[in-house]
Write a protein that binds this ligand. Structure first.
Ligand code: TPP
Ligand code: SF4
Ligand code: MG
Length: 282
């Protein structure tokens, strides 16, 4: 263990991509929090953001596009001692994985979800994503006629116990929010505004720098009504910070059969018990 345990240098991202700030900040956060690589599982789906687990020295799992959350939830279910962190894109999290996003929030499984929100499908070269602005123009010249998906509002409406937004270009803020999300007991969503320098020429570093501002110092993150209202504030001014955080029983805590202090993978199953069970299907 060193203070650079989690850092690697190999990536396949474009020079200048916002994902570099995210991976370097996360590696620093994991070092600061004194994790061992064996205590962590980083999960991704498919996409540029989803590659992050391949660039951090810890356990990693790359699933299918839109299917990062079910893999992460399954891993946590059988091994509650793991800290499970999902890193995957806006398309992956909110588009193809939208159904998992909604329904896993309701379960409050203790996992952390960092959605790298570049408002575009980066890996497949710049198509419109769920969070693309209305009237944004894609590479075919077509204007986006859909209203953008509002991740924080929707997460809160589904019952999220932790919902935050940060900006990859504000590393101090991002580190603070990441630590709080990882420490949170229950599902924690952090929507990370992340410039894609190759395909999104509107939502750039400069754009987010100019338009983002931090939630006020006396902001009450336990008030759901306020959080819902503030999560709808997205335009010339974009608030960043922890919009909402409350403690509620996690999925494990509500399921005594899987929450008794011993992770499921460490439980012994005798051949006799297994055989008795299998005989029921004979
Ligand atoms: C089931 C499935 N559908 C679609 C694709 C094609 N695909 C791969 S990555 C991607 C979009 C990725 O966008 P996002 O999740 O926002 O990640 P980014 O690359 O922007 O970080 C798509 C549509 C796929 N690989 N698998
Ligand atoms: S295409 Fe965009 S998101 Fe993908 S690596 Fe390049 S800059 Fe990053
Ligand atoms: Mg994306």
């Amino acid at each position: 263990m060193t203070n650079k345990t989690f850092h690697t240098t190999e990536t396949a991202w474009c020079p200048g991509c916002g994902n570099y700030d995210i991976v370097n900040t996360l590696a620093g956060v994991l070092d600061d929090m004194r994790f061992k690589p064996s205590e962590l599982l980083l999960v991704g789906g498919i996409g540029q953001a989803a590659k992050l687990n391949q660039y951090v020295n810890a356990n990693g799992f790359s699933g299918l596009h839109g299917r990062a959350l079910p893999a992460a939830v399954a891993a946590k279910m059988v091994n509650e001692s793991l800290t499970v962190i999902v890193n995957t894109g806006d398309g992956d999290s909110y588009g193809e994985g939208g159904n998992h996003f909604l329904h896993n929030i309701r379960r409050n499984v203790d996992i952390t979800h960092f959605a790298h929100d570049n408002q575009i499908y980066g890996l497949t070269k710049g198509q419109t994503s769920p969070t693309s602005d209305s009237c944004s123009v894609d590479r075919t010249g077509a204007c986006n006629l859909s209203k953008p998906f509002q991740p924080l509002l929707i997460a809160l409406a589904a019952g999220a116990t932790f919902a935050a937004r940060t900006f990859s270009g504000n590393r101090e803020h991002m580190a603070k929010v990441m630590k709080a999300a990882i420490r949170h007991k229950g599902y924690a969503l952090v929507d990370i505004l992340q410039p894609c320098v190759s395909f999104n020429k509107v939502n750039t570093f400069g754009y987010y720098k100019e338009h983002t501002y931090e939630l006020e110092g006396d902001y009450d993150a336990t008030d759901l009504e306020t959080a819902l209202l503030r999560s709808m504030e997205y335009g010339p001014k974009i608030p960043i910070g922890i919009f909402y955080q409350v403690e509620k029983p996690t999925y494990h805590q509500q399921r005594p059969a899987i929450y008794d202090g011993t992770p499921m993978i460490d439980k012994q199953l005798s051949q006799d018990t297994l055989q008795t069970f299998l005989n029921k299907f004979a």
